[in-house]
Design a protein around this ligand. Sequence first.
Ligand code: ACO
Length: 428
Amino acid sequence: MENETLTVVDNRTGREYSLPIVDGAIRAPDLRQIAGPDGEGLVSFDPAYLNTASCRSAITYIDGDAGILRYRGYPIEQVAEQAGFLETAYLILEGELPTDDELQRWTDDVRRHTYVHTNIEEFMAGFRYDAHPMGMLLGAVGALSTFYPDAKHISDPENRYLQRVRLIAKLPTIAAFIFRHNRGLPYVLPRNDLGYIGNYVNMTFEIGGRHEPNPVLQRALEILFILHADHEQNCSTSAVRGVGSSHVDPFSAVSAGIAALYGPLHGGANEAVLNMLDVIGDVKNVPAFVEAVKDGSAGTRLMGFGHRVYKSYDPRATLIKQVADSVFAETGVDPKLKIALELERIALEDDYFVSRKLYPNVDFYSGLIYKAMGYPADYFTVLFALGRLPGWIAQWEEMLNDPEQKIARPRQLYTGSAERPYVPLDRR
Ligand code: ACO
C-alpha cells in the first residue's frame, strides 16, 4: 500500500523522514538515517524487548488480549485434546500435521535413539545427591554436544534432523536419570516397546522391574507437555535463538534454553508456586498473604500469576484446570489445591490484580498436578523442559534458515565514565 509509511519529524534538526511500515513494523535500522546535530544516528531503546519483534516466525501465534494460542494455525485446545506429544512435536518442527506414515517414521526414529552413552551415566554420578534437577539437566544436555561432535554441521538439514531426533529421544532418558539420581535409585534404561510418555514414566517410577501404568495420569502428562510445546519468543526460546545465532551446535543452544527456563520468573515459577502455597499454609491465611503481596511485605509476587503476553486468562491455564480435575479424581485432592483455588478467587476479585491484568498462568496449577503425579517441586521445571523441547528446536532451525538473521548482538546506551587516564595502583 502506498501510504504504508511512518513520517517522522526530528525536532532537533527540523528534518522529515519517511520510514516504511511492513507487517505492522518499522525496521529499527531505518532509524539510523535520523541523525542529530552531533551526527549520531538514532537507535531504538527497548530493554527486555517489550515492543521489539526479533524475528519473523511461522510457528506459534499468540493473541495475548484475546487469550488465543495456536501451533502452526491449529488452536491449542484442539491440539491438546486430539494430538499426541510426538505428533505435536512433528507439527511444530515440520509445519504440518503428519500423515500416518510420517508419524510412524518419526516415532520409530525417536524410539531408536532413546539410549544415552553409558558415559552419561558416569557424568551424572558426579553430581551431588542433592543437585538441583535443572542444574543437572542443563549440564547433561550441554555435555551431549561432546558425545555428538557431528552436531556442529548445522547447515546440513539431514544432520539437523538427526540431532533433533537425538534431543527429543534422549531428554526423557536424562530427565528420568535425574529423578532417580536425587533418590539414589539405580537408573532404569529405556524400554522401546513403550510409547514416548509410557517409556519416560516407566524409567522414572519403575521399582524392581515393576511399574503399573496409569493411563489417566500418562495422558494428563502428555497434555501438559503439549501445552508447553512452544510459546513463541519467550525468555528460554530467545536464549536458544540468541546462543544458536553464534552457530554453536543445537545441544549447547538448547542447554542455554534450559538455563533460562530454570529461573523463577520463567519455568521455575511452578516450583515457586508450590513453595508459596507452603508458606501460606492454610486457606485462612490467604487474604493476609494477598495483602502482603500487594504492599510488598510478602517478599514475593503472586507466583503463577501474570504474563508478559497474556493480559487475559492464559488459555493453557484453562486447559490445565481441566487436566487437574482428571488427575485429582485419580490421586485424591491435594490440600494445597484449596489454598490455590482461594488465592485465585481472591486475586481475581482484587482491584490490584484486575487493574494490572494479572491472571493465573500455565504454572499456577501445573505444579499441583505434577506433585499429585509423584514429582517433587524442584523437578517440575524439568517436566516443563521436556514439553518445551520441540519449540526450542523448531525455533532454532527457523532462525538458521532465516536469511535475515545474523549473530544476535544488541546495541547499548553507554552510561559510564567519559575517557579518563589510567591511575597506577600506588596512586589510587
Ligand atoms: N504478583 C504481583 N504483582 C505482579 C505480578 C504478580 N505475579 N506480576 C506482575 N505484577 C505487577 C508488577 O509489580 C507491576 O506492578 P506496578 O505497575 O505497580 O509496578 C505490574 O504488575 C506489571 O508487572 P511487570 O513486571 O511489568 O510485568 P512483566 O510483563 O514484566 O512480567 C511476569 C511478567 C514476569 C510473568 C510477572 O507477571 C511475574 O513475575 N509473575 C510471577 C512469576 C510467574 O508466574 N512466572 C511465570 C510466567 S509464565 C511462564 O514463564 C511459563
